[in-house]
Write a protein that binds this ligand. Structure first.
Ligand SMILES: Cc1cc2nc3c(=O)[nH]c(=O)nc-3n(C[C@H](O)[C@H](O)[C@H](O)COP(=O)(O)O)c2cc1C
Ligand code: SF4
Length: 449
């Protein structure tokens, strides 16, 4: 849960909230009833007024994205809910779908009505089969209640909602990779432009939105866009789900009002409850594995010495040299005993494994970085390896078809920027090398990098 306004998780502990009846008892589908009496363009206006920004990672304004959707005569449009959620450290969408599936379904019906789609999809990560079954049951209940299918609640509007299961590839969370996969192909990202708003699913105009983004449309309609915009701070309006993990006392999913001080989020009992075993905090990865890692002093204070807040603007203050990003809200806290290099190897190994292979800098560079980190951790590193790592990441950043390349480069750049001495220490004192990396490859029956 958390403290402050709870717009998404308010009824998370209500018995039966995962069923249609339980959801109904807590104002469920009231926003849909209200929406169906509204003009679809007014719904888009409310979302614009709310200031809602996409919760999938990039924080793009949702109302603006919706208004870009092309509307050629006689061509179908689609909404796809991105429920792939494979970003390491991020588990908020899964939590929401597992416990309040109807909130997502209600948000999807309202959004589909606003954008005039007749068919919408939920693309769900393949490993989440149990969540798939929960959603499947909820969709069945919605059809039986006349909230999906023909002539929803007598409004004349009809919508079919389908689920599509991915095969468990991180790259299928990237919106164009997702669209390729939905079409039955290998999930290779497309070159943009054209953007999905013009050419998406089957070359038709498509909006891809994150689970939390679509769920947030429900409270926005219930309370009105202006009221929603009053919550939060600056251009970070409303509430945000944060999946907090790592060396904290109370890992879990928290709904925060945007603008909570980072220090309060980490140390207050209402949220993470401080660092485990009385240890000191060393570093934080604030928005899923793709965002720059920050040392304790920099995550708590902005470059101006002000308290850092949980908002898009405050976390990015100082750019990539001093700041980071809110990203997908996967908040990973590391204590003083953590090896930043080992953590980085773990992330880099992931990106190497998940690279689709279309672009040489990403395909080759992620592998080279994994290899160098591997040898540093095995005690065979050279001083020049640190500069080599820096050089490789800089040749990936901004030179690829999709942002997976950037996502692989930024953690490397930030770890070297803030923790260079840890890399060098492994070279100067090879006896400190962890030497358990080989073990990882062996027990998982993988070829070593
Ligand atoms: C490699 C990669 C993986 C991504 N994975 C996800 C994901 O699992 N879920 C998600 O919502 N967005 C993910 N995104 C972002 C999507 O491309 C897209 O921006 C997002 O779904 C848009 O939704 P929003 O506007 O509601 O945030 C990913 C992006 C990249 C580059
Ligand atoms: S950046 Fe990587 S994942 Fe993205 S298209 Fe290129 S090779 Fe594929």
């Amino acid at each position: 849960m958390g403290k402050g306004r709870q717009l998404l998780l308010e009824h998370i502990n209500a018995p039966g909230i995962n069923t249609f009846e339980g959801y109904r008892q807590h104002n469920g589908y009231k926003a849909l009833e209200k929406s169906l009496k509204m003009n679809p363009t007014d719904i888009i206006e409310e979302v614009k007024k709310s200031g809602l920004r996409g919760r999938g990672g990039a924080g793009f304004p949702t109302g603006m994205k919706w208004s870009f959707l092309a509307r050629p005569e006689g061509v179908p449009r689609y909404i796809v809910c991105n429920a792939d959620e494979s970003e390491p450290g991020t588990f908020k969408d899964r939590y929401l779908m597992e416990h309040i599936p109807h909130l997502l379904i209600e948000g999807m019906i309202i959004s589909s009505f606003a954008l005039g789609t007749r068919t919408s999809y939920i693309y769900i990560r393949g490993e989440l089969m149990y969540v798939y079954h929960i959603l499947e049951k909820a969709i069945d209940e919605a059809y039986k209640a006349g909230l999906l299918g023909e002539n929803i609640l007598g409004s004349g509007y009809s919508l079919d909602l389908y689920m599509h299961i991915g095969a468990g590839a991180y790259i299928c969370g990237e919106e164009t990779g997702l669209i390729e996969s939905l079409e039955g192909k290998r999930g290779n990202p497309r070159i943009k432009p054209p953007f999905p708003a013009v050419k998406g699913v089957w070359d038709c105009p498509t909006v891809v939105n994150n689970v939390e983004t679509l769920a947030a449309v429900v409270p926005i309609i219930n309370m009105g866009g202006d009221e929603y915009a009053k919550i939060g701070i600056g251009k970070s309006t409303g509430t945000k789900l944060i999946s907090a993990g790592g060396h904290i006392n109370k890992p879990g999913v928290y709904e925060i009002e945007m603008g909570v001080p980072v220090e309060e989020f980490i140390y207050s009992d209402a949220y993470c409850g401080g660092i485990r075993n009385g240890k000191k905090m060393k570093a934080v990865v604030a928005g899923g594995s793709s965002v720059p890692i920050l040392p304790a002093d920099k995550i708590l204070k902005t470059p101006k010495g002000e308290p850092r807040l949980m908002s898009y603007e405050s976390l990015s203050e100082g750019g990539f040299v001093e700041g980071t990003m809110l990203g997908s809200g996967g908040f990973i806290v590391m204590d003083e005993d953590t090896s930043v290099v080992k953590n980085l190897w773990n992330f880099t190994r992931f990106y190497h494994h998940e690279s689709c292979g279309q672009c040489s800098p990403c395909r080759e560079g992620t592998g080279w970085m994994e290899k160098i980190l591997h040898r540093l951790l095995e005690g065979h590193g050279k001083m020049s390896d640190v500069d080599l790592l820096w050089e490789i990441q800089s040749k990936i950043d901004g030179r690829t078809i999709c942002p997976l390349g950037d996502a692989a480069a930024w953690p490397v750049a930030s770890a070297i920027r803030h923790f260079r001495s840890e890399f060098e220490d492994l070279v100067k004192n090879p006896e400190k090398a962890t030497r358990d990396v080989k073990h990882y490859y062996r027990v998982n029956n993988l070829a070593e990098a």
